[in-house]
Design a protein around this ligand. Structure first.
Ligand SMILES: O=C(O)[C@@H](O)[C@H](O)[C@H](O)CO
Ligand SMILES: [Mg+2]
Length: 383
C-alpha cells in the first residue's frame, strides 16, 4: 500500500481535519490542530506530507521518527500538532487495513468504557451552577469549568471569593460525588495560584488544572504544598521530553496530553506509559472534533492509568458546530451514566461525514483567533 494524496479542511468552530488517501482506496482521517493556529498547522502538515507521499502508510513508527527527528528543529505546538494529525490518520488507515479498531492493534482494551467530562461555561465562567446541573441531568458524572477570566499577579481577595462561590454553587447543585475540575487556564500567576488552590480545597475537586502556565511548572511544588487537591496539567506540553521533568519532579497527579497536540496516538501511548510508572493518572485534553475524540478513546482503552476523558459533545464553546455534526454515526459516542463505550469499528472507529466536512470547509472556513483580553490597567491578560 502507498500513500497517494492528502487533503486538509478548515472547519468551524476552530478545527482542521486531514484526510490521507492510499492506492488501495483506504483513507484515514486525522485532526492536526492547535486552536487559533489552524492555518499554521495546515502549512506544517503540507511540509511533512512531502516525506510521506509514495510511502507505505503501515510503517507508522518510522514515519513518526522521520517527522520528529529528520527536521532538525523539533517539538512545540505547531510541529507536534501536525505530526499528531498525520499519525492519527495513519493509525486510522492501519486499523481499516487490518479490519480492527486501533485499540486492538495497541495491545487490546483494558476497559470497556471511558468516563467522560464536559466543559461548562464556555471560555468565560458564568452561570456555571445551572450549567453543571444540566450536564448532570444529561447523564454526566463530571464537568470542568474555568476558574476566572483574569487574575493579576497580585489581585483582590474578592475575585478569589467569586471563584469559590461559583464552585460552591456547583457543589451544592450537583451533590458530593459529582466530579468537578477547575481549570486555572494558565490565567493565574504563582502568588495567587497558591491562595486560590487553598481556598478551593474544601470543595473536594477532581483536580485543579494548569494552576500556572506550563513554562512555570517549577511553581507546582509550592502550590502542591498548599493543597491536597490533585493537580492536573499538560494540554500545552507536546512530547515525552516535555513531560519527563514534570513527572520526575513529582508534583503533578494527573497529566492531560492532547492526542491532537502531543504527537498523536504513537506519542501519547508512550507518554501515558511514562506517567503510569510514576503513579500519575491521565485525563486527555480534548476540546476538539470527533476524530480527536475517537483517537483519545482508542488510546484510553489501552491505558490502565487513563481515568477520565475530556470531550466537547454538546457545543463545547456555546457557539458553532458540534462534533457530532461531522460524523455519520453519532451513536458511537453515546454515553451512559457518564461513560462512553470504546468505539469498536475499524481504525479510529468513526465514519467521517466527508460531504459535510467539504461543505463546511467551502462555505464557512473559519479564521478563529483567540480573543485579546486585558486587565483593568490595560495590560494583556492570558487568554
Ligand atoms: O482544558 C480545556 O479544555 C481548555 O483549557 C481549552 O483547551 C481552552 O480553553 C481552549 O479551548
Ligand atoms: Mg485546560
Amino acid at each position: 500500500m502507498k500513500i497517494t494524496k492528502y487533503s486538509t479542511y478548515i472547519v468551524p468552530p476552530r478545527w482542521l481535519f486531514l484526510k490521507i488517501e492510499t492506492d488501495e482506496g483506504i483513507v484515514g482521517w486525522g485532526e492536526p490542530v492547535i486552536e487559533g493556529k489552524a492555518h499554521t498547522v495546515q502549512a506544517a502538515v503540507s511540509e511533512l506530507m512531502d516525506f510521506l507521499i509514495g510511502k507505505d502508510p503501515l510503517r507508522i513508527e518510522d514515519h513518526w521518527q522521520v517527522m520528529y527527528r529528520s527536521g532538525f528543529y523539533r517539538g512545540g505546538p505547531i510541529l507536534m500538532s501536525a505530526i499528531a494529525g498525520i499519525d492519527q490518520a495513519l493509525w486510522d488507515i492501519k486499523g481499516k487495513a487490518f479490519n480492527a479498531p486501533v485499540h486492538q492493534l495497541l495491545g487490546g482494551a483494558c476497559r470497556d468504557s471511558m468516563r467522560v467530562y464536559s466543559w461548562i461555561g464556555g471560555d468565560r465562567p458564568t452561570d456555571v451552577g445551572l450549567a453543571a446541573l444540566e450536564k448532570q441531568k444529561a447523564g454526566f458524572t463530571a464537568i470542568k469549568m474555568n476558574a476566572t477570566e483574569e487574575l493579576q499577579y497580585i489581585d483582590s481577595y474578592s475575585k478569589v471569593d467569586q471563584v469559590v462561590e461559583r464552585v460552591a454553587a456547583i457543589r451544592t447543585a450537583t451533590g458530593p460525588d459529582f466530579g468537578i475540575g477547575v481549570d486555572f487556564h494558565g490565567r493565574v500567576h504563582k502568588p495567587m495560584a497558591k491562595i486560590l488552590a487553598k481556598a478551593l480545597e474544601p470543595y473536594r475537586l477532581m483536580f485543579i488544572e494548569e494552576p500556572v502556565l506550563p513554562e512555570n511548572n517549577e511553581a507546582l511544588r509550592e502550590i502542591a504544598n498548599h493543597t491536597s487537591t490533585p493537580i492536573a496539567t499538560g494540554e500545552r506540553m507536546f512530547s515525552r521530553w516535555d513531560f519527563k521533568s514534570l513527572l520526575q519532579d513529582g508534583y503533578v497527579d494527573i497529566i492531560q496530553p492532547d492526542l491532537s497536540h502531543a504527537g498523536g496516538i504513537t506519542e501519547c501511548k508512550k507518554i501515558f506509559a511514562m506517567a503510569e510508572a510514576y503513579d500519575v493518572a491521565v485525563a486527555p485534553h480534548c476540546p476538539l472534533g470527533p476524530i480527536a475524540l475517537a483517537a483519545c478513546l482508542q488510546v484510553d482503552a489501552t491505558a490502565h492509568n487513563a481515568v477520565i476523558q475530556e470531550q466537547s459533545l454538546g457545543i463545547h464553546y456555546n457557539a458553532g458546530n458540534d462534533l457530532l455534526d461531522y460524523i455519520v454515526d453519532p451513536g458511537v459516542f453515546s454515553y451512559d451514566d457518564g461513560f462512553v463505550k470504546i468505539p469498536q469499528g475499524p481504525g479510529l472507529g468513526i465514519t467521517v461525514n466527508e460531504e459535510y466536512v467539504i461543505k463546511m470547509a467551502l462555505e464557512s472556513p473559519h479564521r478563529w483567533r483567540n480573543p485579546v483580553w486585558r486587565h483593568q490597567d490595560g495590560s494583556v491578560a492570558e487568554w
